[in-house]
Write a protein that binds this ligand. Structure first.
Ligand code: ADP
Length: 449
């Protein structure tokens, strides 16, 4: 039984976790950096402890400060949310070694999936289709690199094995640029992830991003909560996500879900996780697995009726979920927009005080946000300030609701990308589902109508 949870995160996801804890009458401990004392979840938590300075490595990524806070307050479990330490296997290890529950899969599985080269090899072994690639780390010798790229076929994508957030990747279209691109990605990977291991994948020209949501319980049962399309991205970061992924034949979808469930059973997976794929010309290609709750989990919650974070708490309490894998029924369509505090054209971050905040509401609208009037958005962290989610019987109803919700939403005092999101939702290609992961590039080029 979990009696008290420490929430090792901030912003909207910390508030979301706090609400799930309240639902189960679990006491909450908020930890926060100096500038975050006024965060909504800090105010609402049963206890709150300042764990350090504003720079993430001094607070939200300071493993020992977080574990000490749990020990001091008697919290028995830590929910890491997403980002920060959520996929840090060493942190999960330390939490468990301290006698606490880490809300997520085992450190071994986190490590296995955190290293993309290992994740791909593992998934290949488990029968999951992957992008044709180097099948391992790229060797140092330039001749060997050229040979591998030649075998895969250009264009290729150089990727960092420890990468994340869409960083440290380079598309190479011809052999003459391969070696310098590899060196550049290695440099960036070393600085960003302290790991300069890189690998190659064939660069797919026009895929969609499709991912599968998994939940696995303490009894070894694996639940598939369906899929999502997250092809609307800017700089390889998602901005609009929806569930289910559209225009996938039923038999292909079922086959993919079965493969993911089977892989997670074999992995001994626990808690929530997402297998990410590219989908091109009717074929799925695995790219990575996220071993944590994802930003876009609400769209799945809306079509499945499953509260994924509450389910995580039950799983780690060894309590029954109250339903069986075959009892999950998906219905309707849900779409989420990420509202960032940034300029809608230059995308420059826009921290500052929110002078007016009027979130949208109404039937089938959900807003996950930590904003309130007079809240001051600090400049140290991710610019995500709200997720606006709409549910509809079908996709056009969900789009109509979401467009109306964005029109209703008022956030003043800082810039937001709301105008940009509205333009996307009004776009014909978006509405007609005739786009790929390149949607926003083509949209700003004027190539899409
Ligand atoms: P990260 O962990 O940094 O988010 P991912 O491997 O999940 O990296 O890829 C992020 C995005 O990059 C994908 O959603 C897709 O848009 C693009 N991408 C990744 N691999 C490929 C590929 N082989 N071909 C084309 N695009 C890719």
């Amino acid at each position: 039984m979990i009696r008290k949870v420490l929430i090792a995160n901030r912003g909207e996801i910390a508030l979301r976790i706090l609400r799930a804890c309240k639902l189960q009458s679990i006491a909450t401990v908020a930890v926060y950096a100096k500038c975050d004392a006024n965060l909504l979840h800090v105010r609402l938590a049963d206890e709150a402890i300042c764990i350090g300075d504003n720079a993430p490595h001094k607070s939200y990524m300071n493993a020992s400060a977080i574990i000490s806070a749990a020990e001091l307050t008697g919290a028995c479990a830590i929910h890491p949310g997403y980002g920060f330490l959520a996929e840090d296997a060493n942190f999960a290890h330390q939490v468990i070694r301290s006698g606490l529950i880490f809300i997520g899969p085992s450190p071994e599985v986190i490590a296995q999936m955190g290293d993309k080269v290992t994740a791909i090899a593992t998934m290949q072994r488990l029968g999951i289709p992957c992008v044709p690639g180097s099948d391992g780390p790229l060797p140092d010798a330039p001749e060997a690199q050229q040979k591998i790229a030649q075998r895969i076929g250009y264009p290729v994508l150089v990727k960092a094995s420890g990468g994340g957030g869409g960083r440290a990747m380079a598309v190479v279209r011809e052999a003459s640029s391969l070696i310098s691109a590899v060196q550049e990605v290695k440099r960036e990977a070393k600085v960003s992830f302290n790991n300069d291991c890189v690998y190659l994948e064939r660069y797919l020209e026009n895929p969609r991003h499709v991912e599968v949501q998994i939940l696995a319980d303490h009894l070894g049962r694996v639940y598939c909560l369906g899929d999502r399309d997250c092809s609307v991205q800017r700089r390889r970061q998602k901005i609009i996500e929806e569930a289910p992924a559209f225009d996938i034949p039923d038999s292909k979808r079922r086959e993919l879900h079965d493969l993911c469930v089977h892989a997670c059973e074999k992995l001994g997976y626990l808690s929530a996780g997402t297998l990410e794929f590219l989908y091109e010309k009717g074929t799925f290609y695995f790219i990575e697995m996220n071993t944590r709750i994802q930003v876009e989990h609400p769209v799945t919650e809306m079509i499945s009726g499953v509260d994924i974070i509450s389910a995580q708490l039950s799983i780690h309490s060894n309590s029954p979920l109250g339903f069986l894998p075959k009892e999950i029924h998906l219905r309707g369509v849900a779409i989420e927009c990420r509202v960032n505090a940034e300029h809608p054209i230059s995308f420059a971050p826009s921290p500052g005080t929110v002078t007016v905040y009027h979130p949208p509401s109404g039937p089938n609208i959900r807003v996950d946000s930590h904003l309130y009037q007079q809240y001051c958005i600090p400049h140290y962290y991710d610019p995500l300030v709200a997720k606006i989610i709409a549910f509809g019987a079908d996709r056009s109803e969900a789009i109509a609701r979401l467009r109306h919700a964005l029109n209703e939403c008022v956030i003043l005092g800082v810039d937001t990308n709301i105008a940009y999101l509205k333009r996307i939702l009004a776009n014909r290609s978006f509405q007609d589902r005739t786009y790929s992961i390149h949607f926003t590039e083509q949209f700003s080029d004027g190539a899409l109508v």
